[in-house]
Design a protein around this ligand. Structure first.
Ligand SMILES: Cc1cc2nc3c(=O)[nH]c(=O)nc-3n(C[C@H](O)[C@H](O)[C@H](O)COP(=O)(O)O)c2cc1C
Length: 162
């Protein structure tokens, strides 16, 4: 959780949840209650998606499961590890780039982004903050969590973000 408030100066009225969302790098290490954590990913689950394919997966690490948390942390680039190590929850998002019938889903990244936006706003509504990260080591994360790549047999997940 981050307690600082930084409302955006907007040129038109927008919802308070959007106005107050921002990406802190300082986090209270207090664990996030399981109910709240579940709400975040439920909000992500209810994002709109092309053909309702819901092409997102989230790998979640909390400090209750230190080994798993460590693996998510190690998937980040060093700079991000520096500040993110204090956050009580770290997660990786994974995009599934093919539909179930094997055809490419050109909108998978867009849809994972929508799910992440839902999650961020749900966090804001619960008094939590989210800081998204592109600065990860995808190949490392792939190995640590056994995430298939596009070119591996039977796999169809190719992109990761923190
Ligand atoms: C896809 C994505 C990747 C990002 N990657 C990083 C990152 O690797 N490290 C970091 O410190 N911030 C990262 N950010 C945070 C952005 O820098 C931040 O959202 C932007 O500056 C706007 O600030 P705000 O979120 O506080 O409004 C990322 C944000 C997004 C949406």
């Amino acid at each position: 959780m981050s307690i600082l408030k930084r409302p955006a100066e907007t040129s038109a009225a927008i919802h308070d949840l959007i106005r107050h969302r921002w990406s802190p790098r300082a986090f209270d290490s207090k664990p996030v209650e399981e109910e709240k954590l579940r709400s975040l990913f439920e909000a992500a689950r209810w994002a709109a998606s092309s053909y309702n394919a819901q092409p997102w997966y989230f790998i979640v690490g909390t400090k209750d499961h230190p080994e798993n948390y460590k693996r998510v942390l190690e998937s980040l680039i060093e700079f991000n590890q520096g500040w993110a190590k204090n956050a009580p929850v770290l997660a990786l998002s994974v995009a599934k780039l093919k539909f179930d019938d094997g055809k490419p889903n050109r909108h998978a990244f867009h849809d994972v982004g929508q799910a992440a936006a839902n999650l961020s706003l749900q966090a804001e509504a619960l008094g939590l903050s989210v800081h998204q990260m592109a600065g990860i080591e995808p190949e490392k994360a792939r190995k640590l969590f056994d995430i298939p790549g596009l070119r591996s047999s039977g796999g169809n997940c190719d992109r990761l973000s923190g």
